[in-house]
Design a protein around this ligand. Structure first.
Ligand code: FCB
Length: 452
């Protein structure tokens, strides 16, 4: 089983960036050498994490980072996307924690030495607990604390960073964390979700203004996740339901960035559910972006519902991944093309895409053919979007290695490298080998299929 793209595809060339991705809380461990974050607290609360696990050790990346960089290098990829743990680099008084900063500087320098482009996410969900104690993302001040942290850390990193993302998936932080409570900090209530989302977007805009000054040469942007919304039946009611869900879950986050306004459904929200918008906020949020990162895993299907206007339809169409997510590559093409038609998008990077599968380590190998098939079909879906005019510059596999999958704990494995959590041994899976083979066969320029 291989990954293969049409011969003329730009994905077969080195102009297209291929990378692997991780996030701080999911891999780092060494929790004792940083401040607590909201995920430490969430993990310590009973029944929040499926296997009752936590991020105290995770993949022990803080200690094993040098071998992990070797591993990334051995895969032959162009770029590595990772996140900075805010509670590792900032002290309670807002000053820099030099030990934490030095860890990332060492990592950045090694990546640069190896010719691997660092794509740095500044917030991948690990909010310092002391800020949550002051209200977290429901407190407008958190956006300004984020701006200050970004200013200090980007100055400390100097010109080492190829690309910054302010936030990873503000939808997940806001909706999963502050509305339905299945992620940290576990708050529940419709009155919270969109307030948290607004402060996250404000934090993004403030950070973009800083990055333009501190890191003008870096590619600065944000990473959003999208689950395109489909109607269960081709009826006016179900189509309207899918559109409404799309406004809440997808357009809510991208439209203010692109157009400086929220979707029109804001008018119909009960007063209590509305975000607290101050004059000038939307202009700050709509800063020009050097790129937009798009994460895609699956689609969602909706039907009409009298109470909320839309209801999620249970997945029955096979194949499903271990997360219960439908494998639906067409959704990736569809969302990319529709966003391109709707907005003036900056260059796009697919900053996450991948699948949890039931991996088995047998005789030192993991033969995850279904994950190879997943990458193959989704890379072909990216190629189709490019053919339909979307400017896509890169793709990152989620994830470099198995890691702490949030509320699912360690049971769900997304890596292209297998992690034995007892020995901390890493084993490249068949998908990692297929990814490596694919990136290494790329050539310098696009091959023309036309004959002369
Ligand atoms: C995304 C997260 C990432 C990972 C994948 C599976 O929503 O950004 O950290 O957990 O899902």
């Amino acid at each position: 089983m291989k990954i293969s793209l049409p011969v003329e595809s730009i994905l077969n060339t080195k102009q297209f960036t291929f990378g692997v991705a991780t996030a701080s809380f999911q891999i780092e461990g060494a929790a004792e050498s940083r401040l607590d974050c909201i995920w430490d607290t969430f993990c310590a609360t009973e029944n929040k994490i499926k296997d009752q696990s936590n991020g105290l050790v995770a993949c022990d990346h803080i200690n094993l980072w040098q071998q992990d960089v070797e591993l990334i290098d051995s895969l032959g990829v162009d770029a590595y996307r990772f996140s900075v743990s805010w509670p590792r680099v900032i002290n309670r008084d807002g000053s820099l924690n030099q030990q934490g900063v030095d860890f990332y500087i060492g990592l950045l320098d090694r990546l640069i030495e190896k010719g691997i482009k660092p794509f740095v996410t500044l917030y991948h969900w690990d909010l310092p607990q002391f800020l949550e104690d002051e209200g977290g993302w429901l407190n407008r001040q958190t956006a300004f604390h984020f701006r200050d942290y970004v200013e200090l850390i980007s100055q400390a990193f100097g010109d080492r960073v190829y690309s910054y993302a302010t936030l990873n998936e503000p939808f997940c932080s806001a909706y999963l964390g502050y509305e339905i409570g299945i992620h940290a900090p576990g708050k529940v209530g419709k009155q919270y979700g969109k307030k948290a989302a607004h402060h996250l977007l404000l934090a993004h805009g403030l950070a973009m203004q800083v990055l333009r000054k501190t890191s003008p040469k870096a590619l600065n942007g944000i990473v959003l996740n999208f689950s395109p919304c489909y109607a269960e039946k081709d009826t006016a009611e179900d189509r309207a339901a899918a559109q409404l869900a799309d406004q809440h879950f997808n357009q809510w986050y991208i439209r203010p960035l692109m157009e400086g306004r929220y979707p029109d459904i804001i008018e119909q929200l009960p007063e209590l559910h509305k975000p607290d918008i101050e004059p000038g906020d939307l202009a700050i949020i709509a800063q020009p972006l050097d790129y937009i990162g798009i994460n895609y895993y699956t689609r969602e299907v909706y039907k009409a519902d009298a109470k909320d206007g839309f209801a999620n339809v249970e997945k029955t169409i096979m194949p499903l991944t271990e997360m219960g997510w439908e494998v639906y590559p067409q959704g990736l093409t569809d969302i990319l093309v529709s966003l391109h038609q709707r907005y003036q998008l900056p260059p796009v990077y697919i900053t996450e895409n991948g699948a949890a599968m039931a991996d088995k380590l047998e005789n030192g190998q993991v033969n995850d053919v279904d994950r190879v098939a997943y990458f193959d079909s989704h890379l072909n879906a990216v190629n189709q979007a490019i053919e339909q005019g979307v400017n896509i510059q890169g793709y990152f596999a989620w994830s470099l290695m198995d890691n702490f999958e949030w509320a699912e704990g360690y049971e769900k494995r997304f890596g292209i490298v297998y992690v034995d959590y007892v020995s901390q041994q890493r084993t490249i899976k068949a998908s990692g080998l297929a990814y490596k083979d694919f990136v290494s066969q790329r050539h310098d320029t696009t091959r023309s299929t036309s004959s002369y």
